[in-house]
Design a protein around this ligand. Sequence first.
Ligand code: DGY
Length: 331
Amino acid sequence: MKPSILVTRAIFADVLERLAQYFEVDHNQADVQLDAAALKARLAGKAGVLANAADRIDQELVRDLPALRAVCNMAVGYNNLDVPALTAAGIVATNTPDVLTETTADFGWALLMAAARRVTESEHWLRAGKWQRWSYDMFLGVDLYGSTLGILGMGRIGQALARRAAGFGMTVLYHNRSRLPQEVEQSVNASYVGKDELLARADHLLLVLPYSAASHHAIGAAELARMKPSATLVNLARGGVVDDAALAEALREHRLFAAGLDVFEGEPAVHPGLLEVPNVVLTPHIASASERTRRAMAMLAADNLIAALDAGPDAGRPPSAINPEVLPRRR
Ligand code: DGY
């Protein structure tokens, strides 16, 4: 008998077909949002789950799911998973790194350019029929070319963002939990600085650090106060890395020039203060959303699940395990 799995959200049909070769698949192609109780009920008796970044899988949930052996996120971020609890229970956890790096970096630049050059603000104004004549000071923005780019969090996506800065003649500064080896710094043409210096010197600051208790409100009122009033801020990381209420206030009071946000505290809810200010570009967590990349993420999550549950050509060797130490003592 094939093991049973749950795919928590709607997904590409060919990915479901691939999973169905190995598993009894309980899917959710109607894309009904599963709350904690519904998720628990649907996971009962399942050996694996292909989860989404919004599915919280914690100690309390896994305690009641003795059959569960693999939790495979379709996301590179995995702050929705209680990894220590999964590891303690002998459950393999996986994510989808690499396949989304370049697409996400492209989108970071799209948000940055839109915010700094007031693309969406001026478009809304035009669509509202307000354009009567050209004038020299319409929608003056801030330049990217020749400016200083700050990157907070210098993993794969941070480095891909930095590489793109060469075309804009930018000075790139970064801060990270640990400094990159010198050859990597040189390859992306970025210099390490302390967080305070990064905040003070960046003309544009990109956030790509993972969310954790330690990075909660890494950018709050105090950090915003250290930034230049002419600076732009882009959050590609996770809601909660930025104090959205403090950011809305800084934008309203023009203590920060503009922001571009793809992630929000408590999303899909968005802080009402952000909806009221014109100098912020808001997108619904779509940084990795190109057809090719979302397909690659789904396929990688499926490959992880197939391997973690000992099926397919990579049986026992999921391509991107977060807790590989579990593999020798899996459930
Ligand atoms: C990721 O992969 O972490 C993206 O933010 C999508 O959730």
